[in-house]
Design a protein around this ligand. Structure first.
Ligand SMILES: [Fe+2]
Length: 293
């Protein structure tokens, strides 16, 4: 398997705290059958001031450390590029990074606010020759109000990356509901860990794949963690790849809807109200980080 979204680089954002955490994460990836990981730290002006050249050099340094420790994991570069108006300029001048220098680029919008002109921005990115990959739409608090926008983005050629932990329930009921619904409706292209450490948000791609298999079947799940990620690394064009499949039981049926009524934990026609409120981060920086965590 290949993980295309991971905060494994040490001390560069809110991911791995230091090299020992990075190495522990890498060992876990190898143990669960991951061969390649994209190092995708946040690039968020004013909060995480990472740049393309800095990420490339940190990735090389971590790769050397993995090799020295005999951990058979291949690293490629990337970034968790937060929405900024001049994203195309940033990609062209190397300040922002695509995945493994391919045409595929992770784009993360704010979690709690739909940014203005997001559709236009995606069109602009695509017109410049890139394939935008929206990170973890299932965890955005505004997905409920703007699900039609997510569907339109997919129809116009954008890719969707959902988080392994969302399918397993690690991010709560809302994220699980939307992850299942999107998977069932054939709106998901990539499953990734978005791992930040070895404990709280650890590498869990195998478990995520297993959960996806139950939902959409083995072949479709393999496409999420092997076929399409390999194609991204090879910079293949998306039209040559299998599109995301809908669940065989129907395009709008979620796993919850298929379970007997008495065993449902979430309502069938929408997610429960917000229940897991924000943590207790203090200060402006903490709140800003929480917004984009
Ligand atoms: Fe991330």
């Amino acid at each position: 398997m290949i993980d295309l979204h991971c905060h494994i680089l040490p001390g560069i954002d809110d991911g791995a705290r230091d090299m020992s955490v990075s190495l522990e994460m890498a060992r876990r990836f190898v143990a669960e059958g991951v061969t390649t990981v994209a190092c995708t730290p946040h690039i968020l002006p004013g909060v995480y001031r990472n740049t393309g050249p800095q990420i490339k050099s940190a990735t090389n340094a971590l790769q050397r450390a993995l090799d020295d420790a005999d951990i058979p994991l291949r690293l490629v570069t990337g970034a968790d590029n937060h929405v900024v108006p001049d994203i195309v300029t940033g990609l062209r001048n190397g300040h922002l990074l695509t995945l493994a220098n391919s045409r595929y680029v992770l784009i993360e919008p704010p979690h709690h606010v739909l940014p203005p002109r997001l559709e236009e921005l995606f069109i602009e990115v695509q017109a410049a020759g890139y394939v935008p990959v929206l990170t973890h739409p299932e965890r955005l608090t505004w997905i409920k109000q703007h699900y039609g926008l997510i569907q339109r983005l997919v129809r116009s050629g954008a890719w969707m990356q959902i988080t392994a932990g969302s399918l397993t329930g690690a991010f709560g009921r809302d994220a699980k509901y939307w992850a299942e619904r999107m998977a069932n409706e054939g709106l998901v292209h990539i499953l990734a860990t978005d791992a930040h450490d070895a404990q709280r948000r650890p590498p869990n791609l195998a478990k995520g794949r297993e959960t996806a298999e139950k939902l959409i079947g083995g072949v479709a799940a393999e496409h999420l963690v092997v076929t399409r990620p390999s194609a991204v690394l090879a910079n293949q064009i998306p039209s040559n790849l299998p599109g995301p499949e809908s669940a065989s039981t129907g395009p709008t049926t979620t796993e919850a809807e298929r379970r007997p009524r008495e065993s449902r934990t979430i309502p069938p026609f929408g997610p429960p109200g917000r229940h897991a409120l924000d943590g207790t981060h203090r200060g402006l920086l903490g709140r800003l980080r929480r917004l984009f965590d």
